[in-house]
Design a protein around this ligand. Sequence first.
Ligand code: CP
Length: 324
Amino acid sequence: MSDEASLSLGKDLTGLETLSAAQIRMILDTAEPFKEISERRIKKVPVLRGKTIVNLFFEASTRTRVSFEFAEKRLSADTVNISSTGSSVVKGETLVDTARNLEAMRIDMVVMRHGSSGAARFLADRIPSSVVNAGDGSHEHPTQGLLDLLTIRDHTEKIEGLKVCIVGDILHSRVARSNIYGLRALGAEVGVCGPRTLLPPAAEELGVHVFSRVEEAIEWADVLNVLRLQLERMHAGYVPSLREYNRVWGITTARLEAAERDLLILHPGPMNRGVEIDSDVADGPHSVILNQVTNGVAVRMAVLYLLAGGRPEKAEAAKQGGES
Ligand code: CP
């Protein structure tokens, strides 16, 4: 593969597992100049003028859906939002038929959240438009992984060698998987910590340290990425009770103070306050949870720009209204 080919994203973004460190860095570096667009009085540049993007959300979302839409609108794309409840999916239309009908109206990209692992790849292999995975089942949530990386990079000297522990419901978490792939690609050491019932059966095979006590994880880590208990995906008794979970696994001020050094605190949201994270930590001085949300718009702008054929080195000029 030539340098140029290896530094493009190709047609789709369905996960971070298959991206190289150079490709991940390219997305993060492209997001940097796009951050400033959201700080302007008029938050609009003509970078994706003429492109049509469909946001197809088969599962609930606040942050991802809204920030993709902001990213698209701030780059001047034409956007259409479709949710399963308001579409012909409720009448039994298949995913591929839905997408082919959208294709017939000449679209350029589909951003999709779906409850089934692999749905984004399945669709990407069947339609000519670019597909961006906005979360598929328990598989991956690549733009969340990227915005987490960008936020960590904003607050630390370098990701290489950093110790990042993902705490909580790893088993059901697409965020955990995308974080593990992205962080390891950039040279971070990654840990996971949670009740054995909420860890994948062979967690060590993901190339991570596995901590069975949250105090050990806090002692080890520079950064904690705290995950939500995905109560909607839990049809078995994975934890005795939410109160018990907080008592044993919760990220609390008392636990962090025991570490006697400052850890950076991330959470992809939505949070169960008082369960996996206490409010004084979530709203405390070391929390970058809202920075993650802000960075989400810039990262999604970068992904859309690159998939549309934009060159990373032209992002600065493109956002000033010049060449892309
Ligand atoms: N982090 C995240 O995916 O949040 P939403 O479910 O609100 O999009």
